[in-house]
Ligand binder design. Sequence first.
Ligand SMILES: [Zn+2]
Length: 304
Amino acid sequence: MDYRIPHVDRRGFMRAVLGGVAVRAAGQSAPVAVRPLGGGLFLLTGAGANVVVGTGEGGVAMVDGGTAERSRALLAAAAALPGGGPVHTLFNTHWHPDQTGANRAVGPSGARIVAHENTRLWLTTDVARPWEDRTFPALPEDALPNDTFYETYRTRVGGQRVECGYMLQAHTDGDIYVFFPEENVLVAGGVVSSDDWPLVDWWTGGWINGMVDGIRTLLDLCDDDTRIVPASGPLMARADLEAQLAMYGEISQRLRAIMYSGLSPADAVAERLTETYAARLGGDADFFIRRAFESMWGHFTPDA
Ligand SMILES: [Zn+2]
């Protein structure tokens, strides 16, 4: 059962939402799926990253914006939600294109774009990382975050409290979480993914031990009922986050020992540190290990 925006009627859409049915935007083949989280919050998937939308107040607040290629479909799906509408507030949990792809679409209309100040700075410059043959261009002025902070940020969305906080040098150097305490929904940003090995983006200030600390910060906010929204993959619970803390903690300690014994990233990959956990996460474990190992170079200094 598909609904094609904008021809969908509201009652039909509600049935689609409550049934967890995917919504297709006109002209786009891949669906954006909608899942209600309660309290006017919705999880939207299929836009390149997990997106949480808070409805009310004549529009929506959106936590992360998916990729630029998917932003049209995503914004159409957000507008068609019960209580939906145009985006008045967009949170960028970090600068990566999977999270900031809607900035160009919503910024020029005057939306508030909330981010850590370091995220804004990365988005003002072209970024070319040494492990890939690709450049991420700077965003135009009217697509940049225009409401930035360093440590914490509080606001209200659709009558709900929203609390944001910084995770120092984790996945990047601008990671924030966005917490909705009344619905007990925690959007974790790039520090956590539940279906893939994460990128430790040390080129823009992340590192593996910072990711471990970031997970600790998230755990401090959680109880057993908290629904945790990772950057990608299915919703997580506190126990899943504890398992990730143990896993990344162990991997980072072993990587540090490998580095202190004078070995290279290739040697670290050969140690197969992720083997025990291979069934847990898909994706490219070797890529993760290389970046995690390299991320330590700026923080630990082995004896010469
Ligand atoms: Zn990311």
